[in-house]
Design a protein around this ligand. Structure first.
Ligand SMILES: Cc1cc2nc3c(=O)[nH]c(=O)nc-3n(C[C@H](O)[C@H](O)[C@H](O)COP(=O)(O)O)c2cc1C
Length: 155
């Protein structure tokens, strides 16, 4: 029997952000993270989705096992957040996220999805469910794709 040489995994984690309270500095800091993450993830063939809810970051990383492991080591050591905790880490059959790095937070357009997922109380208790994170990230991705008017690419 042939052994599998590579395996696709996803990793879900959450953390507490150490970002500035004022909106312009915070936006710049998120811009910096986005630029670094996009570049590294493209190189490592990682797809990901970052949700920012209040002062929490929640991210899904997908890719080859070793690449995801290495990315997570970098991310976990980053001083821009703390209390980084893995929620779920497992093999997956296929990728579900389209870009190397997309981030979403509460806006009038995404509010309903955030309210439905009700992640904040789970994050505050320190026990977010993998299935809730995954469902919210998928809903936010669908929302951002339809906003760009490219639904027809994914039917
Ligand atoms: C909330 C958050 C999410 C991040 N997501 C990623 C990511 O998906 N991929 C990545 O390579 N770096 C990500 N980073 C940045 C890494 O922590 C790190 O700064 C970057 O990979 C550069 O690593 P280096 O300093 O070892 O070159 C993230 C940082 C934060 C705070």
């Amino acid at each position: 029997m042939r052994t599998k040489r590579t395996s696709l995994v996803h990793l879900l984690y959450f953390s507490r952000l150490n970002l500035a309270a004022d909106a312009p500095t915070r936006a710049r800091q998120i811009g910096d993270i986005t630029r670094q993450a996009q570049k590294k993830n493209e190189f490592a063939v990682i797809t990901s989705f970052l949700i920012i809810e209040g002062n929490f970051a929640v991210q899904v990383l997908e890719g080859e096992r070793q690449s995801v492991h290495e990315a997570f080591q970098r991310i976990a050591g980053d001083q821009r957040h703390r209390d980084v905790q893995i929620v779920e880490w497992r093999e997956i059959a296929k990728r579900e996220f389209f870009t190397s790095f997309t981030t979403a937070s509460r806006t009038p357009a995404t509010e309903a999805h955030f309210n439905k997922a009700a992640l904040l109380p789970m994050l505050q208790r320190g026990t977010p469910k993998g299935s809730s994170i995954h469902a919210l990230a998928m809903a936010l991705q669908a929302e951002s794709v339809s906003k760009q008017g490219i639904d027809h690419l994914f039917v």
